[in-house]
Design a protein around this ligand. Structure first.
Ligand code: SF4
Length: 512
């Protein structure tokens, strides 16, 4: 038989309705999927991230076979597997001799570049998963060179007719309800949080877990309690569970943090969404059909059709130059404790502990603890992105790079956010229970008990005064800095220098 199309499905394209399958003919076409050493090792990876990809890919391959499709699957363990994207694809092409290779545009710029350079007969189709195509985002960027998220989000609401009244005004009379969405748990503690569903590993998943344990024994994390949604059916169950159980309180508590609680009222759907086991449209539709209050639904909808689509569009609009940006000229390495959690700072120990245990920490822990500290310290923003790619089960290059290098580190100098997310330990004290259990004091910038966030916060403002003092949105922060006596500020800066030297003297990478 002559093979017409070899349909290549990448690990983050597990969508049976993908454009790659348009016109698929079981009699003439075949599906190719590849587990690759290159992809498993280009950054050192958390065991759960590796296991999630392999388990989800293997289930997807089985689902294709169940439809009667011919699937050639490159197992990581197969001695014939070349391990490299292009070489493994070339091996398959040499054996199967397809007329064309069909795939949907990859989500990682590096993968797309490598495939296009391979000299193979490849047809790349647009990715229908996203609600804003790369071309539509480019048109938006041309029309709105400042690329303000709020403008983009309102445009998406109108275009998709989501939370819009018949008269063209936003539902509820406002585009957002953030004044209702900033509650901490306070002294009363958190309310009961319904636990997300757990999915016991079946035989396919167990084989994927064994594969990871065997080949990546020294990597961060553990797999003994692996229960992630690795199939479409499980992803849909997770979506139903979120909109009924946690979405109602998601809005008011979306910025809150609590020790021992990596998820709280967040959805945990970023993994299934980023592997395309769920579509953004069905995810938003489920939230819209729920009985959750408008402030919660709008906050969630904004994350999916606003923020997620925006960072995807920005990534493809700005790459490859975007990855090189380092507006604050931050050049320190990641401290060792980001890989181990061994730090006396309670908030960081908690957030890194969640990351090591679950390959997950919720959005505010990532932004306002993990990312904030790295930015205040002055860690190279691309290194923060690499660490984020390593440690989270939901990370894909297009989503991680704008969120870490751009949003959390201000490495892009204001493309994605109009000001750095700079805050002292007082913010963490207000939004969490961490400081009550910490040896440091969030209101102190000097001395033995000084909170390192607070010391580094004042140092950060002083260090970047020439660049940031004119930013209107930082007016209050710089007015407070101006009130600090010069002698006190210079003592704070000397203490900050000692912290930076101590914390970055000890760095390491887990094995790749
Ligand atoms: Fe974190 Fe500082 Fe609070 Fe300790 S005192 S938990 S280091 S913010």
């Amino acid at each position: 038989m002559t093979l017409r199309h070899l349909v290549l499905i990448l690990g983050d394209q597990l969508d049976a309705r993908s454009a790659a399958f348009d016109g698929f003919d079981e009699k003439q076409d075949a599906v190719a999927m590849m587990e690759l050493w290159q992809e498993a090792t280009y950054v050192p990876q958390h065991k759960r991230r590796l296991a999630y990809f392999f388990a989800a890919m293997r289930h997807f391959a089985e689902a294709q076979r169940a439809k009667g499709r011919h699937v050639v699957y490159s197992d990581l363990d197969d001695p014939e597997n070349r391990g490299d994207f292009v070489q493994e694809l070339q091996r398959r092409v040499a054996a199967l001799k397809p007329e064309r290779i069909i795939l949907v545009e990859p989500g990682d710029w590096r993968v797309k570049r490598n495939l296009l350079a391979a000299g193979l007969p490849i047809d790349m189709r647009a990715d229908r998963h996203f609600l804003c195509s790369r071309e539509d985002f480019a048109a938006f960027a041309q029309e709105h060179p400042a690329m303000v998220l709020e403008t983009f989000y309102r445009g998406m609401r109108r275009r998709l007719d989501v939370l819009m009244d018949a008269d063209g005004e936003p539902a509820g009379g406002a585009w957002n309800f953030d004044t209702k969405n900033r509650e901490a748990f306070g002294k009363r503690g958190r309310p009961l949080v319904p636990a997300p569903p757990r999915f016991a590993p079946d035989a396919i998943t167990r084989r994927a877990l064994q594969l990871v344990e065997w080949h990546f024994p020294g990597h961060p994390g553990r797999l003994d309690d692996f229960a992630l949604p690795v199939t479409r059916r499980q992803a849909l169950a997770s979506l139903r569970d979120f909109v009924t159980q946690r979405l109602p309180d998601f809005g008011r508590y979306q910025d809150a943090m609590q020790g021992g609680e990596p998820l709280l009222f967040h959805s945990g759907l970023s993994g299934p969404l980023n592997l395309h086991l769920l579509s953004p449209r069905e995810t938003v539709d489920a939230a819209l059909a729920s009985t959750a209050p408008l402030n919660a639904v709008e906050g969630f909808v904004r994350q999916v059709i606003g923020w997620r689509e925006f960072v995807h569009g920005l990534y493809w609009h700005a790459m490859p130059a975007y990855a090189q940006l380092n507006a604050l000229e931050a050049d320190l390495p990641m401290p060792r404790f980001y890989w181990t959690g061994e730090t006396s700072m309670r908030c960081l120990a908690e957030a890194i502990g969640h990351t090591i245990d679950h390959a997950y920490a919720h959005h505010i822990e990532r932004l306002m603890v993990l990312g904030l500290f790295a930015m205040l310290l002055g860690v190279n923003p691309y290194e923060v992105h690499r660490w984020h790619m390593s440690m989270f089960w939901d990370s894909i290059d297009w989503v991680s790079l704008p969120n870490t290098l751009g949003m959390s580190q201000y490495g892009d100098g204001g493309v994605i956010g109009t000001k750095p997310y700079a805050a002292s330990g007082r913010y963490i004290d207000r939004m969490s229970d961490h400081c009550r259990h910490c040896r440091y004091r969030p209101d102190q910038a000097l001395g033995e008990e000084a909170c390192p966030f607070t010391t580094l916060y004042w140092d950060f403002l002083a260090r970047h005064r020439p660049r940031l003092a004119a930013n209107q949105r930082m007016r209050h922060q710089y007015a407070n800095l101006a009130r600090k006596p010069a002698a006190e500020l210079s003592r704070i800066r000397r203490q900050a220098d000692r912290l930076k030297a101590e914390m970055t003297a000890d760095t390491f990478l887990p094995p790749a």
